[in-house]
Design a protein around this ligand. Structure first.
Ligand code: HEC
Ligand code: HEC
Length: 186
């Protein structure tokens, strides 16, 4: 009987132990282990109100691209939002701020969110995804002609112009298509 108990303990330890090994593999994803989510993904937007209110002028950006402190700052300055007014009533503003912060890059376990979050200094609160260091690094091979001077793109803010599955939260490098230039492969 004693012996059986011991084996149960050993078996349980092995099961729990291998769970821990998998968890830490996930952390070390860069080395080609399996990811909990695809390496290229951020959590898709799953809030209809956010999609409607924040997706009317541009794509509803996934909250997982900026840390919570950035969303706080952005949401408290909607009267001058990149030169436009994106004001809304106080209740909606509160609800959407909560949604953004709860799903922010520093609260997400998606690989891409962690990469974005890691590249923002702790005392910084950038308002643009396209100003985050990790973003700049990933896009540094693009020329002005492909982006700012490209009539079908114009700005890095227009993620979905090049990332065919941007709205679904997928930024797979194999699904990039630059309007007027074609498929991106490097
Ligand atoms: C009235 C139109 C309008 C609405 C509504 C609006 N935005 Fe914007 N937003 C803009 C403009 C204009 C820009 C700058 C785009 C550019 O530089 O090409 C922008 C840029 C942004 C950027 C920076 C994108 C980048 O370059 O990385 C973020 C983040 C953003 N908006 C979030 C939001 C959120 C969150 C909401 C909802 C609370 C919202 N926006 C609602 C007009 C709007
Ligand atoms: C002008 C086209 C264009 C626009 C606009 C654009 N991207 Fe990209 N993006 C690219 C290209 C090209 C790459 C690099 C693919 C590669 O070779 O790795 C890239 C890479 C990325 C990656 C890294 C993918 C990886 O390899 O891990 C992310 C994440 C990303 N973009 C997010 C965004 C977001 C978010 C926006 C909008 C705020 C945006 N991009 C706007 C073209 C664009």
């Amino acid at each position: 009987m004693k012996k059986l108990n011991l084996w149960v303990t050993v078996a349980a330890t092995l099961v729990i132990g291998s769970g821990l090994v998998f968890a830490s593999d996930d952390e070390k994803g860069e080395r080609g282990h399996k990811y909990e989510h695809s390496y290229y993904d951020v959590a898709p937007v799953n809030n209809a109100q956010y999609k409607e209110e924040c997706g009317s002028c541009h794509m509803a950006f996934q909250p997982g691209f900026l840390p919570a402190r950035s969303w706080d700052k952005l949401m408290s300055g909607l009267e001058d939002h990149f030169g436009e007014s994106a004001e809304m009533d106080a209740v909606d503003q509160k609800v959407l701020t909560n949604y953004l912060k709860e799903n922010a890059a520093d609260h997400s376990n998606y690989k891409k969110s962690r990469s974005f979050n890691r590249s923002v200094a702790r005392n910084a609160a950038p308002l643009r995804i396209s100003e985050v260091r990790y973003f700049i690094k990933e896009h540094d091979e693009l020329s002005r002609r492909m982006v700012q001077d490209n009539p079908e793109v114009k700005s890095f803010s227009k993620c979905e112009a090049c990332h065919q599955s941007a709205e679904q939260g997928s930024y797979d490098e194999y699904q990039v298509y630059i309007p007027g230039y074609g498929r991106w492969d490097d």
